[in-house]
Design a protein. Structure first.
Length: 108
């Protein structure tokens, strides 16, 4: 399964709030990536294991919070909070895609 982490695109989550829609797209990309990773790992180890490994609930929440920050829908989220959310999501997505790439290399 070809799942790539577009870290340059996902790094847009760390941008300051602006009228640029790229960080919102990055949030949506992260949520889609999270779902694809969940589907992959749950097909191997089951849903509970995949959810725990990915920290699915907290990563999904963090990405939604980033989207709220960048869309301006939740003014209570400050830039520092957004960075914490983005860092949390980025860590788990990077870890999961790294493991997936190791599995692909082991199967060659």
């Amino acid at each position: 399964m070809a799942i790539q982490l577009e870290s340059n695109f996902l790094s847009k989550l760390f941008d300051e709030k602006s009228t640029d829609s790229t960080p919102i797209g990055a949030s949506n990309y992260g949520l889609d990536l999270l779902d694809r990773l969940y589907n992959h790992f749950s097909s191997i180890d089951g849903g509970d294991a995949a959810s725990n490994f990915l920290s699915y609930r907290t990563v999904a929440r963090a990405l939604r919070q980033c989207r709220l920050y960048h869309s301006g829908e939740d003014l209570s989220i400050c830039y520092d909070d957004n960075c914490i959310y983005a860092e949390h999501a980025f860590f788990y997505l990077k870890r999961a895609t790294s493991l997936l790439n190791e599995q692909k290399n082991d199967n060659r």
